[in-house]
Design a protein around this ligand. Structure first.
Ligand SMILES: [Zn+2]
Length: 346
């Protein structure tokens, strides 16, 4: 119980990409870049294992951007037709490519790093993909002419990729849907339908990560407008509870999210953000333990997975490793407490 995991990304080594930057440009090219990505993937796994993380990821070492890193491998998208648009309901401007023809996978997107990761860890392995709704919110469309049709087309190509990852031996496929905290009505009307379509036929665990974004300025300012309590999850969780998705990853450390909202996720695994990704301080194991304890009245420990709030890509490596260790140490503290209560009862 209380198996630890992370939202997905870890910082890249400075020889691979410029450090301390989100979506940092690569420092290598061609064959050296491909080799560098593979080496960094092995390091990311080793660092998670050494820190005691139970369900590891590839640290997203092979992609620059969590959405565009997937889109680059699809036909039907014109990267030379770039449009500047306000994304996440105009929270920030992004330069996005345009869908100009039917979407199709050009080939496997993450097979190389997934096979490599699978071959080099005996632990459970999670792989992350962008969710259909968040992709639709991060791209211009000149072909489908309808958001929902576009989302379903993305769901189909995501499903092909997810099935392949499952066949490689990935234990958890997670879809990142930060847009789920922004477009509440659309999430209910079609966002979760598109997500389930992306998960069609999967027998491995399926997860969705919903958060308030990386610790960048636009997100920190947005959070300040959300009031004294962040209740966005309150609208989506009941719908997710009725869906076929197995796990929900949410932000809880240093957040104004009322932890009781996870009680709305009956029957689901909860990946509880217990380390913040927007601070320069490493949490103490006791701080992590306190966040985990706060969730226990609302979810069974077997269904509770201590996690990071969001991706750690823009942090320093030292900070990220510190947070990984704090996460597993905090989980270990609570695990010991639960074990001794159980023994006392027996
Ligand atoms: Zn996130």
């Amino acid at each position: 119980m209380l198996e630890t995991t992370i939202a997905g990304s870890l910082p890249k080594p400075s020889w691979l990409a410029e450090p301390l930057r989100l979506w940092a440009p690569w420092r290598l090219a061609g064959a050296a870049l491909e080799e560098g990505k593979r080496d960094a993937t092995l390091l990311a796994i080793k660092e998670q294992e050494d820190a005691g993380i139970d369900i590891v990821t590839d640290g997203e070492q092979s992609r620059q951007h969590f959405v565009h890193g997937f889109l680059e491998h699809l036909a039907g998208i014109d990267f030379s037709r770039r449009v500047t648009m306000g994304i996440r309901r105009d929270r920030y401007k992004a330069e996005v490519p345009t869908v100009t023809a039917p979407l199709r996978r050009l080939g496997p997107v993450h097979a190389v790093e997934a096979k490599l990761a699978r071959a080099h860890t005996a632990r459970k392995l999670k792989f992350t993909l962008p969710g259909p709704m968040t992709i639709v919110d991060t791209i211009a469309d000149a072909h489908y002419g309808d958001k929902i049709k576009l989302a379903m087309a993305f769901a189909d190509v995501l499903n092909q990729e997810a099935r392949e990852l499952e066949a490689i031996g990935v234990d958890v496929v997670q879809f990142d849907e930060p847009a789920f905290n922004v477009y509440m009505d659309e999430v209910r009307d079609w966002g979760i339908v598109a997500l389930e379509r992306a998960c069609t036929g999967l027998r491995c665990k399926t997860a969705v990560h919903i958060c308030y974004g990386y610790g960048i300025k636009a997100n920190i300012e947005w959070k300040q407008t959300l009031g004294r309590e962040w209740r966005q999850y309150e609208e989506t969780f009941p719908v997710l509870a009725r869906s076929s998705i197995d796990q929900v990853s949410l932000e809880c450390a240093n957040a104004l999210v009322p932890v009781s909202l996870i009680g709305l996720l009956k029957g689901k695994d909860v990946l509880l953000g217990a380390v913040d990704v927007a601070t320069e301080v490493v949490e103490s194991p006791e701080m992590v333990a306190a966040t985990i304890r706060s969730a226990l009245p609302h979810v069974a420990p077997e269904r509770l997975f201590p996690c990071s709030n969001c991706g750690m890509a823009p942090l320093s490596r030292e900070l990220a490793v510190g947070k990984l260790k704090a996460l597993s140490a905090g989980a270990a503290l609570v695990r010991r407490e639960l074990d001794s209560t159980q023994r006392a009862r027996a």
